[in-house]
Design a protein around this ligand. Structure first.
Ligand code: AMP
Ligand code: MN
Ligand code: MN
Ligand code: MN
Length: 278
């Protein structure tokens, strides 16, 4: 049984997407930080779970998860699927489609970079990403390594962030498709970092209405190091929409300004925890 007082982190990334750590390194750090329950939620990938043996967990509970990219009203929204069945055929087929969508998008981003005079970005990024699903952070790293920008923040600000040349709309699945895949894989769907999309209150409520209609179960009431005001607002939304509450650091690497692994605040006592659904 997981308890409210336990250290739970249900949103983290490994080097199978845009995180820095291998599965082994991530598990070691989580155990050092006394995480009781962990999910590794790579962007559009569950391949990290192939690298993990039960014996490495040493009592820590591991929940199979994934952070899905999807489209809602032509906006990219992230949905975390938790407690997924790795053997689900629907899920494994979905992963093939998502890998293709990311590959196609990386080619388009590379073309956009060439228009800016940054040649050979695709080869460079493929080298950086290795077997990981390619994302914009790999392009950011490429631009930094080439000396075109000072740091990743600047790469996003100038070339990759919202509305910039490298912010290419991928052929992501729709919100309802992703919710259906998660349910088919026996999991629960959670709206990731709801306050990071820059939505008005009205639009955020419309998103939650649609999400509920598609059978969504939860919302991240805690995402990273957010302040108490945001937590209160999200806890109220969870209550109003009868959504269970999830908690995650969104850890990618150590030394980030946002929450470190296992360091996100605890869920408010008033929330129904997402783990009560499994
Ligand atoms: P993608 O899924 O390929 O579109 O990339 C999105 C990822 O880029 C997010 O999950 C973050 O890890 C990262 N990211 C987004 N915005 C920024 C930013 N302004 N600075 C650094 N990293 C960012
Ligand atoms: Mn990321
Ligand atoms: Mn995200
Ligand atoms: Mn994330």
């Amino acid at each position: 049984m997981i308890d409210h007082a336990d250290n739970v982190d249900l949103h983290t990334h490994s080097c199978h997407s845009d995180g820095a750590l291998t599965a082994k390194e991530l598990l070691t750090l989580a155990k050092e930080r006394q995480v009781d329950c962990l999910s590794i939620t790579d962007h559009d990938s569950i391949s990290v779970y192939k690298d993990i043996k039960e014996s490495e967990l040493e009592g820590m509970r591991l929940i199979v998860g994934c952070e899905f990219s999807c489209l809602w009203r032509s906006m990219t929204v992230h949905i975390v699927g938790l407690n997924l069945n790795l053997d689900s055929l629907v899920l494994n087929e979905a992963m093939i489609g998502l890998t293709n969508a990311r590959q196609q998008r990386s080619e388009l981003i590379a073309q956009a970079m060439e228009k800016k005079g940054f040649y050979g970005a695709l080869e460079g990024v493929e080298k950086i990403a290795g077997t990981a699903t390619i994302g914009r952070p790999h392009f950011a790293q490429y631009l930094v390594e080439k000396g075109y920008v000072k740091n990743a923040q600047q790469a996003f600000k100038k070339y990759l962030g919202a509305g910039k040349v490298g912010d290419i709309k991928a052929q992501w699945p729709s919100l309802d498709e992703v919710c259906a895949w998660i349910q088919a894989a026996g999991g629960v769907a959670v709206v990731a970092h709801p306050l990071k999309y820059g939505l008005t209150q009205t639009k955020l409520r419309a998103l939650l209405d649609d999400f509920k209609d598609h059978g969504g179960h939860g919302i991240e009431v805690i995402s990273g190091n957010q302040d108490r005001v945001k937590t209160t607002l999200l806890a109220q939304l969870a209550d109003r929409y009868e959504l269970a509450a999830s908690v995650g650091s969104d850890f990618h690497r150590s030394g980030q300004p946002w929450a470190d692994l296992g360091k996100a605040p605890r869920l408010p006592e008033s929330c129904q925890p997402i783990w009560s659904l499994w």
